[in-house]
Write a protein that binds this ligand. Sequence first.
Ligand SMILES: Cc1cc2nc3c(=O)[nH]c(=O)nc-3n(C[C@H](O)[C@H](O)[C@H](O)COP(=O)(O)OP(=O)(O)OC[C@H]3O[C@@H](n4cnc5c(N)ncnc54)[C@H](O)[C@@H]3O)c2cc1C
Ligand code: SF4
Ligand code: SF4
Length: 426
Amino acid sequence: MAADVLVIGAGVTGMKASLLLALAGRHVHLVENSSVIGGRLIRCEDIFPAMECATCMVSPMQQDVLRNDLINVVTLGDILSIEGSIGDFRIKISKRASCVDPVACIGCAECWNACPVEINNEFEENLSKRKAISVPCAGALPNVPWIDREHCLRWNGDENCSLCAEACVFAAVDYSEEDSQFEITVSDIILSTGFQPSQGEGFEKFQWGICPGVFTASEFERYYSSNGPTSGELVTKDGLKPESAAIIVHPCGTGSYSNINTMYSLKFLHYLNEKLPDIRPVVFLDASYSPDALEDRYHLSWKNVEADVVLYTQTPEVSTVSDGKSLSITCSTAEGNFSAKADLLVLGTSMLPSTGTSKFIELLGIECSDDGFATSPDPELSSVMTTVPGVFAAGCTGGPLDIASSVTEAAAAVGRVLADANRGGK
Ligand SMILES: Cc1cc2nc3c(=O)[nH]c(=O)nc-3n(C[C@H](O)[C@H](O)[C@H](O)COP(=O)(O)OP(=O)(O)OC[C@H]3O[C@@H](n4cnc5c(N)ncnc54)[C@H](O)[C@@H]3O)c2cc1C
Ligand code: SF4
Ligand code: SF4
């Protein structure tokens, strides 16, 4: 019988790879660090380029993964060690206790409504609060909460708190559940640990954290989302309706520009046009990424947008105006200086390797690019290969990619795994 395969990270790439491997009859261990599957895609409302509803796209895939008998989904999972080589990798995995029985739980929310602990919700870019027992957002799958022991009162000085268990009529909360560990042997490993957006660092000079109208791209995505902190209402962080809006496309903090910046900025224009139709947004685009400079399909799309596109030759300067609520944005262009006022400003966010991607690159000794993503020894012929035989890097583990390209890479990695098995009889 063909050996098992390990897929690390259950974003769109890891889910697609797991489903394809299962289709080929391979048993898969899909290990996901968080409590839910879907990765960064489930933070989006709509998906560029077709502006498809993200939930409609991802939900059937999540259901297929969770129901597939050949896919062992391990949420709250951590890879402790990887030994061996292609055909015989030995892996130690730990699973953090969720303290909630997934069979008994129906996701009714009574437990987290009863919990008195409020902490920043990292899934919502810290724009809202979550409880010590929680799911990250409405509609998350599996729709089963977990107890975060770092913040739960029972593990922090009040062992008598049992409000969540008392609220659960299905008796699904079980404080006695312990973390567990197990070992597996697999022939190949697909890394699909993805990216994290640049966050905070270097954004202050664009008034992020100072003026309530300034958002990173990831924050803005959540503000627009119908299951986000404002249920999709586009207001500033202090709840005011903006009368003017701007986007700076190029990354404003650390990290470098990728096509994704262009893609999501175009998407945000759709968001702004739809929710704030009286506003004509101003888009600040680096002149070297102008439609005339780059003739790819995304850059050419700038020619048809409902916005004023300003091609700047020097990074825009942003300052808060006297009322503290709105911004003045100035820049130089080929025609001279330009300035605009905005109550709402979205800053370009770059894509950096996730901590998981950095961890496995280091643990396995995989070669990486200057910006820390896994590199292939043969990028022209197989972008998903790594310098370690039997380990493949798909999707955003190898650099910033859109969803279509991530899914293509998932298929490419699965193809390599199946080809390895045929060649070596594993
Ligand atoms: C603001 C923004 C908007 C975007 N909008 C679009 C769009 O409209 N259309 C489009 O095509 N693309 C868009 N993208 C890009 C899109 O998000 C990516 O293409 C997609 O998320 C890549 O999927 P992935 O599975 O490779 O990585 P991810 O989505 O990052 O998933 C990685 C998974 O691995 C898990 N993981 C990480 N570390 C570990 C670990 N140590 N152990 C186990 N699991 C781990 C994570 O929890 C996560 O579930 C956007 C990106 C940004 C930043
Ligand atoms: S643990 Fe109980 S109360 Fe909480 S969501 Fe599940 S069924 Fe509802
Ligand atoms: S035991 Fe108390 S603090 Fe802990 S999750 Fe339940 S309600 Fe919250």
